[in-house]
Design a protein around this ligand. Structure first.
Ligand code: IPE
Ligand code: IPE
Ligand code: MG
Length: 243
């Protein structure tokens, strides 16, 4: 598997771009608090930021983008915030579906969705079906997701099918099956943790942390992260000469 899929042309010399970028979009609440506004204000701004990231990823020919929108632990937030987030997901999805189709973006959701509102689940399935033939960018949205849960559900699937529990079989049953391994993880909002996002697929990922709060994360911040990634030496456990 090659590390790069294309070349990013900025005002700087062209740099290679990662095939698969994952993003923990954190800091919406703090962004709103700094402005004396409710957390919902931050989540709305966060969605606009997510839209910018998808467009930039498409333009820079990133092959796969996986974003963390709602964790299983986030269910424990106050009801009003959870309900607001569900409404925003529903609204955004219905609004953006046409643009995703037109821009050759394939949309998939990963996570445990049984507790999601029925209308949202239905729309998620419809959006996946309507973009299934697209391929310029594989956009995966992790909602109701937990990295530990993903590994467990994959192991259970192997067991049910009577498969030997080895790395290949487990990987084939993870929710991220079929996607290239994650080259670059970006987390905004200043925390340096994984918060139960992708665990298995992050084994050899380059980790980029920025203080920038998610709603402020602009295209130039993304370009900065890509530039940082281009300067990393990836060894995958080998010695430099042999890598
Ligand atoms: C990330 O922003 C979005 C979700 C988890 C849904 P937060 O809501 O965690 O914002 P902060 O971290 O409290 O600022
Ligand atoms: C991680 O952010 C989850 C998402 C961005 C969806 P959190 O705000 O939930 O993570 P912690 O609580 O800081 O670890
Ligand atoms: Mg947070």
């Amino acid at each position: 598997m090659t590390m790069t899929s294309s070349v990013l042309k900025t005002s700087e010399p062209a740099v290679p771009v990662p095939r698969h970028v994952a993003v923990i979009m954190d800091g919406n609440g703090r962004w709103a608090s700094l402005r004396g506004r409710p957390r919902s204000f931050g989540h709305r701004a966060g969605l606009r930021s997510a839209r910018r990231l998808v467009r930039a990823s498409r333009r820079y020919r990133i092959e796969a983008l996986t974003v963390f929108a709602f964790s299983q632990e986030n269910w424990q937030r106050p009801d009003t915030e959870v309900r607001l987030l569900m409404q925003l997901f529903l609204h955004t999805l219905s609004k953006e579906l046409k643009a995703l189709r037109e821009n050759d973006i394939r949309l998939r959701f990963i996570g445990e969705h049984s507790s999601f509102p029925a209308d949202l689940r239905q729309l998620m399935r419809t959006a996946e079906a309507k973009t299934v033939r697209n391929g310029a960018l594989h956009l995966t949205v992790a909602v109701g997701y937990s990295g530990r849960w993903d590994i467990l559900q994959a192991a259970e699937a192997c067991q049910r099918q009577g498969l030997v529990l080895n790395a290949e079989n487990l990987e084939a049953h993870l929710q991220t099956a079929g996607l290239p391994s994650v080259d670059l993880l970006i987390r905004t909002g200043g925390e340096r943790r994984i918060s139960n996002f992708l665990l298995w697929p992050l084994a050899y990922t380059e980790l980029y942390f920025t203080e920038t709060l998610w709603p402020d994360f602009a295209e130039h911040d993304f370009v900065q992260a890509l530039g940082w990634f281009a300067g990393r030496e990836r060894r995958f456990g080998l010695v430099p000469e042999a890598a």
